[in-house]
Design a protein around this ligand. Structure first.
Ligand SMILES: [Mg+2]
Length: 229
């Protein structure tokens, strides 16, 4: 049975040099009139809808107000993302492309995404370096605001895509935030944490991921952790 290997995007595959934050701030202003700085927030590992509820909730918007305009928010966010994104601004994390290449050539791995990004936002970020081809499916912030609900959704999509039924013990979740590690726990998937995003290594290790690596540069230990052999 192959492993289903699910990658987080921000801080794990790439860092976008603030592109998404800029686009999001413009969208918040245009749609909700929200002017406050986003600087105090650490969005790492949160889903886009979750972030929106936190930021607008803090500014006193009601849940109904937030819901009523959220589709318009995403429209502006995506428009602004498309106008800002470029391969120069988006930096790939060390070893990621080599690892994707290796796993794709490996009959024992099926690749997917598990990210808090809404799907079109995820596709824009990955498209800046033409990485979408590695990930024909995934589970996204647009599927659920709650990250812990994303692993079974990803497994379902993987089944639709491959015809294989992945049990939790066949699923590996790779990410840079405490939320990536935590969403693997109730699902009983393997978690692999890397400190290539804003979260310090100690904070990740404190969550007891199944494995911890400094980077995703492929080596025998990392491949063994991912493929389980
Ligand atoms: Mg991340």
């Amino acid at each position: 049975m192959p492993r289903l290997v699910l990658f987080d995007i921000d801080g794990t595959i790439l860092r976008d040099d603030g592109v998404a934050r800029e686009a999001y701030a413009v969208a918040l202003r245009e749609i909700y009139g929200h002017e406050r700085s986003l600087r105090p927030y650490d969005f790492s590992g949160l889903t886009d809808p979750q972030i929106t509820r936190i930021v607008l909730g803090d500014a006193g918007y009601s849940s109904d107000e937030i819901s009523s305009k959220i589709d318009a928010l995403w429209e502006v966010y995506l428009r602004e993302m498309r106008s800002r994104i470029s391969g120069q601004r988006v930096r790939l994390m060390p070893g990621v492309v080599a690892l994707l290449e290796l796993l794709e050539g490996e009959g024992d791995a099926v690749l997917g995404l598990l990210t808090g990004n809404i799907e079109p936002g995820a596709r824009i970020k990955l498209g800046s370096h033409e990485l979408n081809g590695y990930f024909p499916f995934g589970a996204f912030g647009s599927d659920s605001a709650v990250r812990a609900e994303l692993p079974p959704i990803a497994a379902l999509r993987a089944a639709e895509h491959t015809g294989l039924r992945f049990a939790p013990c066949d699923v590996v979740i790779i990410g840079d935030s405490v939320h990536d590690i935590r969403c693997a726990v109730p699902y009983e998937a393997t978690s692999i944490a890397v400190p290539t995003g804003p979260t310090p290594a100690e904070a990740l290790i404190a969550e007891s991921p199944t494995h911890f690596f400094e980077t995703l540069e492929p080596g025998p230990r990392l491949l063994e952790a991912i493929l389980g052999r």
